[in-house]
Design a protein around this ligand. Structure first.
Ligand SMILES: Cc1cc2nc3c(=O)[nH]c(=O)nc-3n(C[C@H](O)[C@H](O)[C@H](O)COP(=O)(O)O)c2cc1C
Length: 329
């Protein structure tokens, strides 16, 4: 039973990976995507995307970070996958699910699901280019317009030698609209019995995780937005699936020091002018679970300077929990 943190472009970056994996419960995470067109990218591009490469391909908490590639051409994907492996990536993840129009128009992401032969050729080329001990995983949706190519893609990926497959149980047309069609994932398990499948989509609580596991039959789950709304969701899910009582869920006052840590991590990763943006973006996710996050977002949404945000955070912390002050910058 494993819990994976989903790849999320523009959201789950090195700072967020470090923060979330530090809370426990995550067995693996994935970088944002490296877009591959027709050439081999220089090592600095890989290191910028995945600074964890310089720490053995793991986050500070020791969780492996697979490097995500996106593109439509087998040969350059294979070359770049080999480079990622040489640089120390513990695994390669192939993106066949991105719904963004700009990405799909330039031959990447979910549009490839219309061509199972090309999906197969990509997985095959990447698998051959990467040393056998390094896993090559793929992530798909149920299809592009509809679900008709779903099982063909699953079989193609299995036959091409992928180590594991993550299924986000929606088509590209479904976007992110609930529900996620978990029952389709159990059909994939039947279609490719030897391929380990990770179930993904609409897991917001430990109860959802248990139901998803029952419906899909998968022992491994991947959490995306739920882990941003509730940063301790991975460890709550992990404990619940193991049948343990598990830790107390984090309260808002526990989130405030995490927000302060996240601001510091962003100041270390980005220039001061940008550091407020990921912070606000995370608050937007947190609002879905913590009403206090909505109020705090209103307070800080016009602030641009990290020092101003840090002061507001210190004040909020004092109000929430007078004995546990957040450090002001
Ligand atoms: C903002 C955002 C960015 C995403 N970026 C990626 C990505 O780079 N690669 C990928 O395979 N999936 C990506 N996804 C999809 C997620 O990994 C996941 O499949 C989806 O959010 C469903 O899981 P959830 O319901 O737990 O959020 C992204 C989703 C969102 C909302």
């Amino acid at each position: 039973m494993r819990v994976m943190l989903a790849p999320m472009e523009g959201v789950i970056d090195p700072a967020m990976r470090r923060l979330l994996t530090g809370l426990g419960g995550v067995d693996r995470c994935v970088t944002e995507f490296l877009r591959v067109c027709d050439r081999l990218l220089p090592p600095r591009v890989f290191r910028r995307l995945c600074p964890e490469l310089d720490q053995g391909g793991r986050t500070r908490a020791g969780v492996p970070v697979f490097l995500q590639l996106l593109g439509g051409q087998p040969a350059p994907l294979a070359e770049n996958a080999a480079r990622a492996a040489e640089l120390g990536a513990p695994g390669i993840d192939l993106n066949f699910g991105c719904p963004a129009k700009t990405v799909n128009r330039s031959d990447g992401g979910a549009i490839l699901l219309r061509e199972p032969e090309r999906v197969s050729a990509i997985v095959d080329a990447v698998r051959r280019a990467v040393p056998t001990q390094i896993p090559v995983t793929a992530k798909i949706r149920l299809g592009f317009e509809d679900r008709s190519p779903f099982l063909d893609n699953v079989r193609a990926i299995a036959e091409a030698g992928a180590s594991e497959l993550t299924v986000h149980a929606r088509t590209r047309r479904d976007g992110y609209r609930p529900p996620a069609w978990w029952e389709e994932i159990s059909r994939a398990r039947e279609a490719a019995p030897g391929l380990p499948i990770i179930a993904n989509g609409e897991i917001w609580s430990a109860d959802d995780a248990r139901r998803c596991r029952e419906v899909t039959g998968c022992s491994d789950l991947m959490l995306g937005r739920g882990a941003l709304c509730r940063p301790d969701l991975p460890r709550l899910v992990a404990a619940s699936l193991r049948g343990e009582a598990g830790p107390e869920p984090l309260a808002w006052r526990d989130i405030l020091p995490l927000l302060a840590e996240f601001l510091d991590l962003n100041l270390a990763c980005y220039d001061r002018g940008h550091a407020a943006n990921p912070f606000k973006q995370w608050l937007v996710y947190l609002r879905a679970y913590y009403p206090q996050a909505a109020r705090f977002f209103e307070e800080i949404k016009r602030l641009r300077q990290p020092d101003d945000i840090a002061r507001a955070l210190a004040q909020a912390s004092e109000d929430a929990y007078p004995d546990d002050r957040v450090r002001a910058a």
